[in-house]
Design a protein around this ligand. Structure first.
Ligand SMILES: Nc1ncnc2c1ncn2[C@@H]1O[C@H](COP(=O)(O)OP(=O)(O)OP(=O)(O)O)[C@@H](O)[C@H]1O
Length: 360
């Protein structure tokens, strides 16, 4: 019988290298692929900032594939990445939102584009080194469970995968702890690069996204007013793309007390400043919804929600208020609910779904 073919997304790091090894051990016909997604001549990024897909990732991944004796290819997804991730990222900031490009990259590039090409070469699955587990529920739906014992949960950035994508996904390291994965990497003795810690946004050098956006759009960012919660002008800001809700640093205001960004108003080009207490709210609205564990939200549900990658899940109740919009009310007010970020819902360690936080 033919072995099932799986394409493993290889970044040259420990997790995806071990993922490839485990799948081979499990009897799959494994193919390694590194996606080239952004590095090009138009965006001048230095190699040391190359993040997950610079030239060194290709060299490292190729070496690992050779050691594992699996076929290896580099696939170019720069166009898909530009259209779905960089353009979205820039547009969201220009609208006064704070986007999460990893979520868009996962859904549209790592999964949609890579899956399409993988299926075209006869694969049944794609696999990554994410610490999460794909499960099929009794209701026939696919979803993710958080991996056990992992400090940084990776399901948050994966909430937007479709049923079809999940059905064709394997995440073999999700059954192991990070320590176990490191041990496996030592045992199989593949030379895995000690990658520098991922920078926050892989395509933005030095995390200076404001300069990146100016350069990318070839447009100077327009200055505007800082105002207080009553509308009184407090000073000049450097352009709304420089700010996010809850921000304290880098405001350049001296008001004799700590000042925080409470709201960004793209229509009037204003940034609203207040006290820390003004940054707390118990209600948010989200659109662009994607549910995994359930087909749709019919009745109110009490769940836990994360409003950013590093947020500790908080108890909330969600309900639909419109065909494509939900309302989420937290038991306790949460700090810095930020338009453009994802809100992701869990029942214990099981992903239920999520959406995009909107300004209301
Ligand atoms: N350029 C790429 N090409 C193909 N797959 C990739 C690429 N970058 C990341 N991936 C896949 O996405 C997964 C998660 O990416 P992330 O950048 O979070 O890596 P990580 O958790 O540090 O894993 P690793 O140790 O494998 O680098 C990786 O394990 C890998 O399977």
């Amino acid at each position: 019988m033919d072995r099932e073919k799986v394409v493993v997304g290889m970044s040259g790091g420990v997790d995806s290298s071990v993922a490839a090894y485990l799948l081979k051990e499990q009897g799959y016909d494994v193919i390694g692929v590194t996606m080239q997604i952004w590095q090009d001549e138009e965006i001048d990024v230095q190699e040391e900032n190359a993040g997950c897909c610079g030239l060194s990732a290709v060299d490292d991944a190729r070496r690992v594939a050779e050691a594992l004796d699996i076929p290896y290819y580099v696939m170019n997804f720069k166009g898909e990445f530009r259209d779905n991730v960089i353009d979205y990222f820039v547009e969201e900031y220009q609208k006064g939102n704070t986007p999460n490009p990893c979520i868009a990259c996962n859904r549209y590039v790592k999964w949609e584009s890579m899956l399409k090409r993988s299926l075209a070469i006869g694969a049944k699955y794609i696999a990554t080194g994410h610490y999460a587990r794909v499960i099929k529920l009794p209701n026939g739906r696919y979803t993710l469970k958080k991996a056990v014992g992992i400090r940084k949960d990776q399901t948050y950035a994966l909430y937007n995968l479709t049923q079809y994508q999940l059905e064709h996904t394997l995440m073999p390291v999700g059954d192991y702890s990070k320590e176990e994965v490191r041990k496996i990497a030592e045992k199989i003795n593949v030379r895995i690069a000690n990658k520098p810690d991922s920078q926050e946004i892989c395509f933005v050098p030095d995390n200076d996204y404001a300069s990146f956006i100016e350069e990318y759009t070839n447009k100077k960012i327009e200055e505007g007013n800082f105002v207080d919660t009553n509308g009184k002008v407090l000073g000049k800001h450097k352009g709304i793309i420089n700010y996010t809700v809850g921000q304290r640093k880098g405001l350049g205001l001296s008001l004799g007390k700590p000042a925080f960004v409470v709201e960004i108003r793209p229509d009037t080009n204003e940034v609203v400043i207040g006290d820390n207490s003004d940054v707390f709210d118990d209600t948010l609205y989200a659109d662009n919804l994607n549910f995994t564990a359930i087909e749709k939200l019919e009745n109110k549900m009490q769940l836990e929600a994360k409003i950013r990658y590093s947020h500790k899940p908080a108890t909330c109740t969600i309900e639909m208020v419109d065909e494509n919009m939900l309302k989420c009310v937290f038991e306790e007010p949460q700090r810095a609910i930020t338009p453009g970020q994802a809100v992701v819902f869990y029942d214990g360690d099981m992903l239920i779904g999520g959406g995009n936080i909107i300004r209301k």
